[in-house]
Design a binder for this molecule. Structure first.
Ligand SMILES: Nc1nc2c(ncn2[C@@H]2O[C@H](COP(=O)(O)OP(=O)(O)OP(=O)(O)O)[C@@H](O)[C@H]2O)c(=O)[nH]1
Length: 216
């Protein structure tokens, strides 16, 4: 059973490869801001984090089904999206050093919540069939003794600019994260236990996806 990943996230790809799955990559090419704006206009309210990440995961997966592929897609297709929430404010990627610095001033020594949305579609010869979604959540606590010099050095690496919440738990940011409650892969951007549950809910065995050696 082939898994197709509708994501440009290197971290999501790395998680799947370490778990024994070499996915077929499809760039979802979705205007996320437009999808959110249109949905919020339609429902007349700001989207809650759980709704937001599943909406965007679904939009990416559905866009990938119709992406122009050399031959019609058959297998499972996964879309994902992650946001970080602190004091009720939803944060994606900071994109600038200034925004990353502001985030860290706020989150240093605090606990926030990482939400990852998943949308899995069964596809046969390019035709989408059953689909199922889920959101995984993890609580992340940041070191309270992170000094300005460390913070400046971390931001200068550029890493925090392009990840949800301006931190990583599996790379340079790891020493600054003191606690995670929930499955760590949720924080990285794709909850593997959640994906396994969705694959099984669609009637497929998880080992059927293995097509490469695992990480060890
Ligand atoms: N390596 C790593 N990446 C993280 C971590 N937390 C968040 N991210 C990444 O931050 C990004 C969140 O942005 P998203 O919009 O969900 O995904 P994206 O990177 O834009 O990729 P698309 O799926 O193509 O939209 C994802 O690539 C996540 O993998 C972490 O702890 N470690």
């Amino acid at each position: 059973m082939r898994l197709h990943l509708a994501s440009t996230s290197p971290a999501r790809l790395a998680l799947l490869r370490a778990a024994g799955i070499e996915p077929v990559l499809i760039n979802p090419d979705v205007d996320e801001a437009r999808v959110v704006a249109e949905t919020e206009a339609a429902v007349g309210s700001v989207l809650e984090p759980r709704v937001l990440v599943e909406l965007l995961a679904r939009a990416k997966a559905e866009a990938a089904v119709s992406a122009a592929l050399k031959e019609p897609l058959t297998g499972l297709l996964l879309g994902g999206d992650s946001v970080f929430v602190l004091d009720g404010v939803i944060y994606g990627k900071p994109h600038t050093a200034e925004a990353a610095r502001e985030r860290w001033e706020r989150q240093r020594g605090r606990t926030g919540t990482l939400y990852s949305g998943h949308w899995l579609i069964e596809v046969a010869d390019g035709v989408p069939g059953r689909a199922i979604g889920a959101v995984a959540v993890a609580e992340v606590t940041f070191a309270d003794d992170l000094d300005d010099a460390e913070l400046d050095a971390y931001i200068a690496t550029g890493e925090p600019l392009f990840v949800a919440g301006a931190f990583t738990i599996d790379s340079l940011g790891a020493p600054f994260i003191t606690s995670i409650v929930g499955d760590p892969s949720t924080v990285v951007g794709l909850s593997l236990p959640t994906l396994r549950r969705l694959v099984r809910a669609l009637g497929h065995e998880w080992p059927a996806l293995w097509n490469r050696p695992g990480a060890l």
